[in-house]
Each structure stands twice: as structure tokens, then as C-alpha cells.
Design a protein around this ligand. Sequence first.
Ligand code: XMP
Length: 435
Amino acid sequence: MKQDMIVILDLGSHENTVVARAIRALGVYSEIYPHDITAEELKALPNVKGIIINGGPNNVIDGVAIDVNPDIYNAGFPVMAAGHDKALCQTKLAQFTNDENAVKEAVKSFVFETCKAEANWNMANFVNDQIELVRKQVGDRKVLLALSGGVDSSVVAALLLKAIGNNLVCVHVNHGLMRKGESENVVEVFRNRLSANLVYVDATDRFLDKLAGVGDPEQKRKIIGGEFIRVFEEEARKLDGIDFLGQGTIYPDIVESGTKTAKMVKSHHNVGGLPEDMQFELVEPIKQLFKDEVRACGLELGLPYEMVFRQPFPGPGLGVRCLGAITRDRLEAVRESDAILREEFAKAGLDKKVWQYFTIVPDFKSVGVKDNARSYDWPVIIRAVNTIDAMTATIEQVDWPILMKITDRILKEVDGVNRVCYDMSPKPSATIEWE
Ligand code: XMP
């Protein structure tokens, strides 16, 4: 990193990431560190121009009030204390108020006037820096990457490809629970357009066989996660001379587990690691980026817009939307109805507005009429939600004509379906997914 950096010390604020992002939005790089970092550790960080001590309601751990290491005030950096009323520092003290603009102005003047930081942090520089760092770390050895087609793994793939070309080996495991066209798109973009070294594994039958008859949602997740690792491991063992594993770790993953006062709110859903006997060094080129920066990085690297702005999609894929024991016919109904929903949302411009939208097919049937005869078929449930952090969510109030068009198409085009419903439930009481 050649860029100037402002260090934020987490003294129990909920707003650390907000402040870090605000500083980055000014074009100055910023990172969050635990409150008890030492002066030596601070001095060892590259290009630190100033420190913001960010105090807040979580500044008591196990009944004891926490404070920063007093040495840091003598480490030679300008210090600004925010929401931290013990006026220990001599250099500069600003009380954060509820006035957002005043806060922004105070931070801006601290960053540029007090610290004299240069606004030289942007995606082009970031990409160039990372390419250089990856080359230094990896040399002419090989990196293996599980390329799911999600935003993070796609951006890592594009970045590593720029850095090390065909020494990057991507493995895409199609577990048969992908959305329509998604695996094909990964192959098209990475193998055909970007000439990446991509191993494509169609493991559909293997996953669906393992899942046959399993109705319990947690059991389904476990099988999908476990099988994913086994398939990936088998592919990895076939490859020779791999020393590194690429990972799409992003900054919130690090901040959540890395500071002392942040509370664990969300248990991580993502598939776990590889067995211990397979030892790789990690390459994590986007680990300093927030999600919106990851997307900007993807665009900088030339990835298609749809890939970079893809809506969130759970690791177990359509498996948690084909409720109960997965059957191939219902799985197809989920996939086809989801494709119709996505198409119609895009036509209506809702794809850019709604955070997550998908369809669910439950494992019960209802009575209907088709061609003047009684039918007994599956319902499709539509869900469209908005959220900031996925902890709570509200439903999107989709206009009736759009919903009616989608309903009409699903009933006409999707086999085995005779009813369409709209899920009105916010989170809580519901979760976003149904399983
Ligand atoms: P819930 O259903 O818990 O979902 O309200 C919150 C968000 O997390 C996504 N989700 C997952 N993501 N692996 C993932 O990578 C999973 O197993 C998983 N389960 C839920 C969900 O789509 C929503 O965005």
C-alpha cells in the first residue's frame, strides 16, 4: 500500500465502519483496529497519517471500562477522539454530535488539514497495488480458487487472473442448485471471455442423490456444505503443485471477528474450510474492501455489470427454496419461476431497487382447475425484500400489474404449478429465506 492511511481505533462504537467508509469516500484509505493496539504496532503500519479514537456504548467489557493504550498519544500521530469523553489527548478533540454533517466536516478537516493526508486512494490504484502484492506473494507458483460465481469470488478471480494469469486455477462446482444460466455464465465469462484456467465440475447428480429424501433444513445445509468441500477437495487433489488458496474474504468479515467490542450477531452461513491435511497459504486480495468497493473493483477489472451487481444468493442455493426433501420436478419449478421473476423484475427496473427477490416451492400441493379438469399441483411463493444488513427486512410493495404479469407467466410456463402467492412477511417474524 502506497496510500496514506487514517487508523480508526474501535473503542466500542457501532459506527466504526461508517467512519472508515466516509474517509475512504474522501479518497483516503482507512482501516479499523482494536482499541488496545500499541504505539509500536501503530508505527509498524504503512503510511499512517492520523488516528481516530472512536468511542461508543460498547466501551465496557465484562464490567470494566476500556481505554486506548496511553502510549499511542506519544506515537507522533495526530489524534482525534470521537464519542470519547475522557479528554486524554492534547492534539485534537472533537465530540461527535448527532449532526451527521458536522461529523463529516470534522472528519474531513482532521483528515486533510490536521493529518495532511493525500486523497490518492481509488480503485485503479488499489487494483495495481494488489496485483503487485499478489505477484510478490505468489511468484510463479499456483493459486487454487473456488469460483462460485458470487460477487466476491468473481472479483478475486478477475484480480488474480490479471496478476498471475494461468497460474490461477479456478474450480467451479455446479451443485445442481444454481439459478438458471448461472453456471453457464461463469464458464462463458471466465473460460471463454477471459481465458481463465477453469475446471468446471457438474456435480448435480451427486448432490441430488445425497439430498434425496432429506427434509430437515439444517440437515440439507450440512449435506450441501459438506459435499461441496468433498468435491472441491477431490478436484484439488487432482491438481499438481498448488501452494495457495485464493479467498474472497472481505473487510466486514475481518472487522466482525477482529475487533474486541464488536458483538457476534450473525453466525456465518458460508461453507467451511478444507481438511487440515491440505495446507495452503491464503491469498486474500480484497480483504480490505467493503462490499460496495468490491463491486467497484469488479467494474474496474472489467467484469460484466450483472455479475458485479448480482443479488445475494445463499451458499446452499435453490436447495433452501425447494422446501423439504428436494425433488427434481420441484427444483425445476423453483429454477424456472425464479428466472421468470428475475426477467420481469429487470424489465420493471426493480432489479436495481430491490435487495433480494426469489421464488419458493413448498412440498405440498393444492387443488386447482386446468383445461376444465381438476388439477393437483404445487404453489409458487414470491418473496421480495429490502434490508440494510439482512438482520431485519421489509417486503417490497410490488405493483399489482407487475405481480399479475409474473403470476400469469409462471402459471403458463412452469410445469406442475397451479397457484402463485406473495409473501407479505417482514423479518422478523419471518427470515428472508424459508429454510
Ligand atoms: P435469513 O434467511 O437468515 O437470510 O434471513 C439472511 C441472508 O443470508 C442469506 N443466506 C445465506 N447465505 N449461505 C449464504 O451464503 C447460506 O447458507 C445462507 N442462508 C441464508 C439469505 O439469502 C439472506 O440474504
